[in-house]
Ligand binder design. Structure first.
Ligand SMILES: *Cc1c(COP(=O)(O)O)cnc(C)c1O
Length: 360
């Protein structure tokens, strides 16, 4: 059976080496005679897996010692609430609205307390990142929230906002581990791993220790960051299999040369596609060039019927999951870490042929 080039936005492509390793260890992990799916999360073998994964992540991202790493569950969408309940100590927080996920985080915060939008790019269907150099952040807002890479619209913050001394919280789901980031500039980073790092069902939270509240009256135990931070993510049964696969992906990124090498490779890969989009007479990018994502690349022909033909024909050629999100239309190629450069080159070659065949 042949593998295809999978441009899905998530759950998404994983490194083949990692999938092969999983397959090889499926029935017998490291000589213990069971798969990772069948072992106790309290066993010393699993302790090794989760501690190893955390250590690798800390080293990859150079996470400072005063930050906790938490592997959690419930969906990245649950973290929209968790973040507000834990970090908005006075019930107030400010949000930059750059797409659906930022908006959803903002709406969850509005359910729970006083959330205010301090900037938005809704006026141009989220095709750009607003100027964040002088935001009207409220003096007493507990944090400023951003979705740093917008999976659906294909934008990424070209630089972090001026938080004016406030704590910065970022949803990094669709850019997590795609390039180096300076963790010390954030109070909290959260990410669902199904975009760039692993199978669906695990989220990673990186949070500065002093922001984790000791006492949270009225907040359920499972929604307090302190619960999992104190328990090493083992307060209850975690997604053992998912964490194991994440650990293998971290190991793969190390072998690829770490985040600096990953970032360079991703920039080169994205340039193959953007360079073509900029010169094409048929296809065009929907995003302001100053804030293009290296991970999610939406594009259109300008003709919806032709877009549909493209998506169908591409799938026949082994280039799958290219249909754009309904709020942008057209196509979207998600080219995460595990998408090889050859996959992007194959896509561009196919686009060139399609253009020759369909240009009036
Ligand atoms: C996919 C995605 C989410 C939602 O993740 P779930 O785990 O499905 O809740 C949130 N934020 C961003 C940026 C995403 O890409």
């Amino acid at each position: 059976m042949a593998r295809v080039y999978n441009f899905s936005a998530g759950p998404a492509v994983l490194p083949e080496e990692v999938l092969e390793k999983c397959a090889g260890e499926m029935l017998d992990y490291a000589g213990c005679g069971t798969s990772v799916m069948e072992m106790s999360h309290r066993s010393s073998v699993f302790k090794g897996i989760i501690e190893g994964a955390e250590a690798r992540l800390r080293s990859l991202m150079s996470i400072p010692d005063n930050y906790k790493v938490i592997f959690t569950q419930g969906g990245d969408s649950l973290l929209f609430s968790t973040v507000f309940m834990n970090l908005a100590t006075n019930g107030k927080a400010d949000y930059v609205i750059t797409g659906n996920w930022a908006k959803k985080a903002f709406q969850e915060a509005q359910i729970l307390g006083d959330a205010q939008a301090v900037a938005s790019s809704a006026d141009k269907n989220f095709s750009y990142i607003p100027d964040c150099s002088d935001l009207p952040i409220r003096e007493d807002a507990s944090y400023l929230y951003i979705c740093e890479n917008n999976t659906i619209y294909g934008t990424k913050f070209p630089e972090l906002p001026n938080t004016k001394g406030h704590v910065l919280v970022a949803d990094q789901s669709s850019m997590f581990l795609s390039e180096p980031v300076d963790v010390s500039r954030y109070g909290l980073i959260h990410a669902g791993v199904q975009k760039n790092v692993g199978p669906a069902g695990v989220q990673i939270v990186i949070v500065r220790e002093d922001l984790i509240p000791d006492d949270l009256p009225g907040v359920p135990t499972m929604l307090r960051l302190k619960t999992q931070a104190d328990a090493g993510s083992l307060y209850n049964t975690p997604n053992c299999w998912g964490i194991y696969v994440c650990g293998l992906v971290f190991e793969w990124i190390e072998r690829m040369g770490g985040l600096a090498a990953m970032g360079e490779r991703n920039a080169e890969k994205a340039a193959v596609l953007y360079d073509f989009l900029d010169e094409s007479k048929l296809f065009s990018s929907t995003v302001d060039p100053s804030c293009r994502s290296l991970m999610n690349v939406p594009f259109v022909t300008g003709n919806e019927d032709l877009d549909a033909v493209f998506v169908k024909d591409a799938a026949k050629a082994g280039l799958v999951n290219l249909k754009g999100h309904r709020s942008v239309g057209g196509m979207r190629a998600s080219i995460y870490n595990a998408m090889p450069r050859e996959g992007v080159e194959a896509l561009v070659a196919f686009m060139k042929e399609f253009e020759l065949a369909h240009r009036a």
